[in-house]
Design a binder for this molecule. Structure first.
Ligand SMILES: [Zn+2]
Length: 215
């Protein structure tokens, strides 16, 4: 954008003279104003934005918890599967998604000391740590896929690696291909309904996070 001499919204001059200190609002704020209010000017200055900023804040504070709830409800419905070509699915390939988590210390020492008790408490604990790592990875993949406008992850591959000098930690790595299904109804009615607007939910959350109005 070329340097503006006047505010596109109210025509006030910008840094026009020695006594003028009027400046434009951030791009993020103008984006939010465009999104949440009726005002569609390409930029806004400090002179004209007080009311608009207030409006954005009010809508944002109201919308944010709702958007987060929508996101939390929709994400688990994004399938992450190992199949390369699920039957009956027609999709567009969006791109690769990857995830890594490192699960707590002492996993492998626990395994080593726990061989005699493999089906007992030790292995149960180890299993739950691994499960936690896997679940974190699944959710990372889902979130990335959703951000890209995809609604499923196929061909997912899982790897486990020891990390750290004491080999006390276990890393779970996953990679898959994010795809956008042509017909969401293959996932069932609930998923179909909740995933339909997920991209918009994430876009709206990003606008609000960009403003740091809501935490
Ligand atoms: Zn202005």
């Amino acid at each position: 954008m070329e340097t503006l001499t006047h505010c596109p919204n109210c025509r006030s001059s910008l840094n026009g003279g020695f006594f003028s200190s009027n400046t434009l609002m951030s791009e993020e704020m103008s984006k939010a104003i465009n999104y949440f209010t009726e005002n569609k000017a390409e930029a806004h200055c400090r002179n004209c934005s007080d009311k608009l900023v207030e409006e954005v804040k009010q809508i944002g504070n109201f919308r944010f918890p709702q958007l987060q709830a929508d996101l939390a409800a929709a994400l688990p419905l994004i399938p992450v599967i190992s199949l390369q070509q699920p039957q009956g699915w027609n999709y567009t390939i969006i791109g690769m998604v990857t995830a890594q988590t490192v699960t707590g210390t002492g996993v492998l020492t626990e395994i080593a000391s726990g061989w005699s008790d493999l089906l007992g408490a030790t292995s149960a604990r180890m299993g739950s740590k691994l499960k936690q790592g896997e679940n974190d990875c699944f959710n990372q993949l889902r979130y990335q896929a959703a951000t890209l406008g995809a609604n499923a992850v196929i061909g997912t591959d899982i790897d486990y690696a020891e990390v750290g000098t004491m080999k006390g930690m276990l890393m779970v790595c996953m990679a898959g291909t994010a795809v956008r299904l042509q017909d969401l109804s293959v996932l069932g009615t609930t998923a179909c309904h909740k995933l339909k607007n997920l991209k918009e939910v994430i876009a709206e959350l990003d606008i609000l996070r960009g403003l740091n109005l809501v935490e």
